[in-house]
Design a protein. Structure first.
Length: 121
């Protein structure tokens, strides 16, 4: 399982997930793991500071929601969950990042070329 550090790739993954739907931290970690068949893991120590930085840059927005357990009394307070959404500025940045990533991948592919299986460089 690959661990993400504070990298452009991790931000690209998070912005891509938030472009599909709003999410909260734990859900983002689960979605990244599920999408990658467990190969990617966004740790809390990386994810939450990154979300804070993305919000400070105006690329995402957040709001709090109170979650109550089923059957709890109406006057009982529940736990709070912070939801994140991509902003219009974040969508534009994501489009730029995707284009740059694809261009970079295409450039590197020109050096790798197709080799028959088992052939060494």
């Amino acid at each position: 399982m690959a661990l993400f550090d504070k990298s452009d790739s991790a931000q690209l993954v998070v912005l891509s997930l938030l472009a599909e739907r709003a999410g909260y931290g734990y859900q983002l970690t689960k979605d990244a793991a599920a999408r990658s068949n467990g190969a990617l893991r966004l740790t809390p120590g990386v994810l939450y500071p990154m979300l804070k930085a993305l919000e400070a840059e105006g690329l995402i927005t957040s709001s709090w929601e109170e979650i109550k357990a089923e059957g709890s009394p109406l006057d009982e307070t529940g736990r709070r969950r912070k939801w994140y959404r991509i902003s219009p500025k974040g969508r534009k940045k994501l489009e730029q990042r995707i284009a740059a990533h694809r261009a970079y991948t295409a450039l590197i592919d020109t050096f790798l070329g197709a080799r028959p299986q088992g052939e060494r460089p």
